[in-house]
Design a binder for this molecule. Structure first.
Ligand SMILES: [Zn+2]
Length: 309
């Protein structure tokens, strides 16, 4: 638009030799900086947030799953394949959170390096979830794990862009300090809940690591699976209602990417209140209380504290 305006203004001044006017929307192209940027693709919104904080303006990021979108039921688009094809490095969570990942990467023909940021993280599991044999994929809900994910991203970026290695490591170090600060705020929230009321029922099983780190007991989940698209049986639901009553669980928490209908029904039957909305599978939409990782950890803890106190 500005380019067109400039052209018109120049014409009005009687200028006959027009030089191409740089578009203001793509200043990087003018300076040539875009050719030196590292082409990065990330899968889930939490990982995208980490990449932005660590990579800064050295990276050009395409993030596949947008905030507020369910990671489990996501269907890759042709744009996803296009960006994967030219990516120099791809950061994914792994552990079958992105069930479509292997096939989509293979079909894209990319030569980019795939980094699973869950590698090296101690996994927590349950015995009967055959789709998630390695454990709960929602690893970032422990800030200890999140810092390791950040370190993996810094190391990965440093490999494809050795000139930026020091910058990535420095960014990771500074960001991990902010994660520790968020942890302290979250911890203070959870500690405000009377110990006997620190009992968690969420919409699906995304909070194993959160509960482990912050000392909450998971009584059950409306969808008793690490996968939000699984369907609970009538027997499982009535068992959950019984447990909520027996354990005197104060509240049920819904999640930002899951339809709350079933949770509301369970709440009614068990006679407990419903609290919306935890950020289970990813960040919240821009402008929400959970639109960055640092805010999300504190928002989840605050919401849980408000619901259980
Ligand atoms: Zn999930």
């Amino acid at each position: 638009m500005l380019g067109l305006l400039t052209t018109i203004l120049l014409s009005a001044c009687g200028e006959t030799t027009l030089t191409p006017t740089p578009s203001p929307a793509t200043p990087a192209e003018v300076t040539g900086a875009s050719s030196t940027k590292i082409k990065v693709v990330s899968t889930i919104s939490v990982v995208a947030d980490f990449v932005k904080n660590i990579g800064g303006n050295r990276v050009e990021l395409y993030d596949i799953i947008q905030p507020g979108v369910d990671a489990h039921s996501y269907e890759p688009t042709s744009d996803d394949s296009k960006y994967l094809a030219t990516a120099q490095i791809i950061f994914a969570n792994g552990l079958n959170l992105e069930a479509w990942l292997d096939k989509t990467i293979k079909n894209s023909g990319t030569k980019g390096q795939l980094v699973l940021v869950s590698e090296g993280i101690k996994l927590l599991s349950k015995a009967d979830d055959s789709d998630f044999k390695d454990g709960d994929p929602h690893i970032w809900h422990s800030t200890v794990n999140a810092k390791k994910m950040v370190d993996s991203i810094a190391a990965g970026l440093g490999k494809v862009d050795p000139a930026g290695k020091e910058a990535y490591l420095a960014n990771a170090k500074a960001y991990n300090i902010q994660i520790d600060e968020a942890y302290q705020k979250a911890k203070a929230q959870i500690e405000s809940i009377p110990p006997e009321r620190r009992k968690l029922v969420t919409n699906h099983e995304a909070f194993t690591y959160f509960a482990d780190q912050f000392g909450l007991e998971i009584v059950g989940s409306v969808i008793p699976s690490f996968d939000s698209t699984a369907e609970p049986s009538a027997a499982e639901l009535s068992e959950l209602v019984k447990k909520i009553k027996a354990e005197k669980v104060p509240a049920i928490f819904t999640e930002n990417t899951i339809n709350p209908k079933l949770a509301e029904q369970i709440g009614k039957e068990a006679g407990v209140k419903i609290f919306s909305n935890l950020y289970g599978d990813g960040l919240g939409e821009q402008g929400s209380a959970g639109d960055t990782y640092l805010k999300m950890i504190v928002a989840n803890a605050t919401n849980i504290a408000n619901g259980l106190k």
